[in-house]
Ligand binder design. Structure first.
Ligand code: PLP
Length: 399
C-alpha cells in the first residue's frame, strides 16, 4: 500500500459515513478506458463506473458539450421551460416506443417515478385499487425506502424498517408463482431484463415474453428497469428490445449522462395520463447542464452504432472466454454475457483472481465474491479485452 493511498484511506475513515466497502484503489484521473491511481499506476477500466461512463472517461466531445453548456446555463429548476430538456427528450424517445419522459437524478429515483406513475395510473385513470408491485428474486432496484422494498433483499434493508407496503417478490423463472401472485390488487410487474447487481443474470426471452403476456391478460402494467442494461450495453439500445418486449413504463439512469447524475422514466401516452400537474417533481431533474450532456451521449451512441459494437465485442469476448473455460477445466463455473454486460463465475477463488487482475492493471467488478463483473465502456478497444483475457488465462493457470 503506497503512502498516498494510505493517507486517503485513513482520511476517509475520519470524514465519511461508514457506508462503502471500497476496492483498495484511489483514482486520480481517467481517459476513455484508462484510469490512473494516485501513484500514477495505469489501469484498463473494465467497470466504467458501474456501466456509467459508457462512452469512456473524459470523452472529447462530451467534455466539449459540457464546457460550452457550462458557460451558457446550468440550472433554473423545473419552474421554467428549458429547450435542453426537450432536445434530450426528443433524443431519448427516438430510441424506444415510449412517448413521454420524466427526468430525475438517479436509478432509484427513476424507479420511484415508475412505481408512483403505475400506482397513480391505476388509482386515477383505471379507477382501480391496485397498488401492488411485483418484482423478481435476485433483482436490484435501488436504495431508497421504496426501491429497497421492491428489491426485497433483507441484507440491504436490515435495520431500516418499516419499509413501504405493497411490494411482493416471486421466485425467478417461475410463471406459476407469478400468476398466483397477481390479483386485482396488482398494479405492475417490474423486471430487469438482465439482472445486474444480482451477478449478471440474463432472463430468457421466453420467460420475459411470458411475463409481458400475463400482464396484458390480467391488465397489469409491465415495467422494465433499464438502469444498468440500457444504453446499448446489451447489443440493443434497450435490453427489452432484444426480445421485442413493449414495457408500459421503463426506468433508466447509469449511462444516461456519462457520469453526471441523471435518471429518466419513460412511459406510453396512455400510462403517462397517471400524472397530473404537480403529481411528481424534482428540483434538479432534467437541468440544462445534465440534459445537454445526456442528449449528446445519446446522439453519439446512435451515430457510432454503439449497440452493434457492444454486440460484436461481446460475441468476440464470449468465444475467447469459452476457450479459456475449456483450457482450464473446472476453474470457470459459468460465463453469462449479453453484449458488454459480462459475468464470469469463478467461485471461491474469485477474490484472489480479482486481486491478481488488479495487480496486472485490470479493474473488474467483484460480484458476491464469486463472479467477475465486466461493464466496460462501449468504446473500449478490442485489444484491451484481449489483454484482459490473456491476464485471466495466466492467473487461472496458477490456480
Ligand atoms: C444501479 C441500479 C439502480 C439504482 O441506481 P442508483 O443511481 O444507484 O440509484 C437501480 N436499478 C438497477 C438495475 C441498477 O443497476
Amino acid at each position: 500500500m503506497s503512502q498516498k493511498f494510505s493517507r486517503v484511506k485513513e482520511e476517509e475513515s475520519q470524514l465519511l459515513c461508514r457506508s462503502y466497502n471500497r476496492y483498495p484503489l484511489a483514482i486520480a484521473r481517467g481517459k476513455m478506458s484508462r484510469l490512473w491511481d494516485v501513484d500514477g499506476k495505469e489501469y484498463v477500466d473494465l467497470l466504467a463506473g458501474i456501466a456509467v461512463t459508457a462512452l469512456g472517461h473524459c470523452h472529447d466531445e462530451i467534455v466539449e458539450t459540457l464546457t460550452s453548456q457550462a458557460k451558457k446555463l446550468w440550472h433554473v429548476s423545473n419552474l421554467f421551460y428549458q429547450e435542453e430538456q426537450l432536445t434530450l427528450a426528443r433524443e431519448i424517445l427516438s430510441t424506444t416506443h415510449h412517448t413521454k419522459a420524466f427526468f430525475c437524478n438517479s436509478g432509484a429515483e427513476a424507479n420511484e417515478a415508475a412505481i408512483k406513475l403505475a400506482r397513480r395510473y391505476m388509482a386515477k385513470v383505471k379507477k382501480r385499487q391496485a397498488s401492488e408491485i411485483i418484482t423478481l428474486e435476485g433483482c436490484f432496484h435501488g436504495r431508497t425506502l421504496g426501491t429497497l422494498a421492491a428489491t426485497g433483499r433483507e441484507s440491504l434493508s436490515d435495520g431500516f424498517g418499516p419499509l413501504p407496503k405493497g411490494f411482493l417478490q416471486v421466485p425467478l423463472n417461475d410463471m406459476t408463482s407469478l400468476e398466483n401472485a397477481m390479483t386485482e390488487k396488482t398494479a405492475a410487474v417490474l423486471v430487469e431484463v438482465v439482472q445486474g447487481e444480482g451477478g449478471i443474470i440474463p432472463l430468457s426471452g421466453e420467460y420475459l415474453r411470458g411475463i409481458e403476456e400475463l400482464c396484458r391478460k390480467k391488465d397489469v402494467l409491465f415495467m422494465c428497469d433499464e438502469v444498468q442494461a440500457g444504453f446499448c450495453r446489451t447489443g440493443k439500445f434497450w435490453a427489452f428490445q432484444l426480445y421485442d418486449l413493449h414495457p408500459d413504463i421503463m426506468s433508466t439512469a447509469k449511462a444516461l449522462a456519462n457520469g453526471l447524475p441523471m435518471g429518466a422514466m419513460l412511459a406510453t401516452d396512455t400510462v403517462a395520463q397517471g400524472f397530473d400537474l404537480g403529481s411528481h417533481a424534482t428540483t434538479f431533474g432534467g437541468g440544462a447542464l445534465t440534459s445537454a450532456v445526456a442528449a449528446k451521449v445519446i446522439e453519439i451512441m446512435k451515430r457510432d452504432h454503439l449497440a452493434e459494437r457492444a454486440e460484436r465485442l461481446g460475441a468476440g469476448l464470449k468465444k475467447k472466454l469459452n476457450a479459456l473455460r475449456t483450457k482450464h477445466p473446472g476453474k470457470i463455473q459459468d460465463i453469462r454475457l449479453v453484449g458488454l454486460m459480462v459475468g464470469i463465475e469463478i467461485g471461491e477463488k474469485c477474490p484472489e483472481i480479482w486481486t491478481g487482475l488488479l495487480e496486472k492493471g485490470f479493474i473488474c467488478g467483484l460480484s458476491h465474491n464469486a463472479t467477475l463483473r465486466l461493464l466496460p465502456a462501449l468504446t473500449i478497444e478490442e485489444q484491451d479485452l484481449d489483454a484482459f483475457v490473456e491476464a485471466l488465462d495466466a492467473l487461472l493457470a496458477l490456480q
